[in-house]
Ligand binder design. Sequence first.
Ligand code: FAD
Length: 508
Amino acid sequence: MKQTEYDVIVVGGGGSGLAAAVSAAESGCDVLLLEKQPVLGGTTGIAVGSFTTSGSRLQSKAKLKDSPEEHAEDAGKFAPEEIERLNTTELRNHFLSHSAETLEWLEGMGLAFHGPSPEPPNRKARMHNVVPNAKAYVAVLHSRLVKLGGTVKCSAAVVGLLREGERVSGVKAEIDGHEFSLEANFGVVMAAGDYANAPDLISAYKGSEFENIEGINPHAVGDGHRLVDAAGGKLINMEVTYGPELRFIAPRRVDPFEQFIPTGGWKGKLLAKLLPFVPKSIIRKKIKELLVTWQHPEDSLFKEGAILLNKEGRRFCNEWDSPKREILVSRQPGKEAYILLCDHLIKKFSEWPYFISTAPEIAYAYLDDYQRMRPDLVFKGKSLTVLATLSGMVPQHIHAAVEGFNLYVAGEKKDPFGRTGDKMFLGGQTWMLLGPVKAWFTTTEGGAAINESAQVLDAGGYPIPGLYAVGQNGLGGQILWGHGLHIAWALTSGRLVGLELGRRKEVE
Ligand SMILES: Cc1cc2nc3c(=O)[nH]c(=O)nc-3n(C[C@H](O)[C@H](O)[C@H](O)COP(=O)(O)OP(=O)(O)OC[C@H]3O[C@@H](n4cnc5c(N)ncnc54)[C@H](O)[C@@H]3O)c2cc1C
């Protein structure tokens, strides 16, 4: 790297890092963004893209009167009480009062949203979905950053923070096999995502029984949290996670991390510059092709009588008992399981209100939708033996699992896994297996303690000069349950820290 001194260095090129880099560049800073992976995007780049906010232009268009104050009240109704009481109220209120401006900022860059859509217990419709999915945030912010003259380096892992006395003055980064010391005159912004796939951190903070469970994003290994910790920053709510939950695996034929604009070579640079002139319909079509989903099967499947089998065909858990169910899934061969449905369940989960999962574009997906859109996840047969042949399960095991379950329903035996009260036998002429499902952490909710300027705080509550954190890296103890608040926070915290660093440059 020829240039080794910048105004601002951003660690991580997901949603929060890109927003921070763009906003700082818009505020007159010379910005370097370092991304560990060969592509930008992080978890943001594989997300659906919902952005939940109040007081938006689209709400006004829909004649909805809303306010951040009402939103703040409702945001507290999503998580269970024992989680919600850990929330840092002032920071979450501060965030919610700035999130609509962020949506406007993004619309100003050419991003389109549909909605607002309702999501109770929100009393107003507040969910705005970027069209067609979250890869659009990455493409548009990347293009804007290139246009503003920011520097983006991928395959560039930050491995340490430089200090000048108390102040964090830059980063140590490994780029193309070489180690560089890079100076940041006004601030280092940690935007390195979460630790959903860091078994050591999960085990230390949440418990060793969870250590087999992976993060949906395999690259979310908590580098940013470790760097903050090593610099003396305080980490809070590290035991709180979003999940584990069961999700269907993503289609095997696609690379979930592929993005619309390549990050290397002349093609990437050219496309980043040309993006504002490429017709939106082409961008949408291409980004839609990159769509990957890990849908979450509804618990109602099990409440209505479905059971889980491992890939050998054995039953292994009480399907109603989460997160124990997820822990046990993570201990099965291949960490995989299948949902077994018989006649009465197949009929039931074919129409409202018994959907299999939510789904992009169609909102709710039923069995027919899965057979059409994800045939790779559906095995169907007229007998358990046929089903075993199709799926590779051992016929004796699958028969034994169904017989054992039916003996419990008949009241002849206790359920060996502790289910009680099932009334419907498994049986009939048609059988289905849905899967594989795996247990995954979607995100983790621990982050650096920060103040409203996104400065990282130490154990005594004092800011560490020069060190900032945003997105999942800088959650500051907020509880952001429900859909759409994580991305709203990632992009809002990024935008705000960029403005803050611009102000610092002006006064210093
Ligand atoms: C399947 C899925 C769907 C989701 N859908 C939604 C949704 O619709 N709405 C919503 O609000 N939330 C959603 N979420 C959650 C949301 O996407 C994330 O919480 C949010 O995007 C995180 O943004 P971030 O910038 O903090 O982290 P990321 O987007 O993960 O970015 C962090 C980046 O930092 C990089 N990095 C890490 N370590 C280093 C290092 N040492 N040096 C340099 N770079 C580093 C990473 O490679 C990564 O690119 C979803 C999550 C998942 C898994």
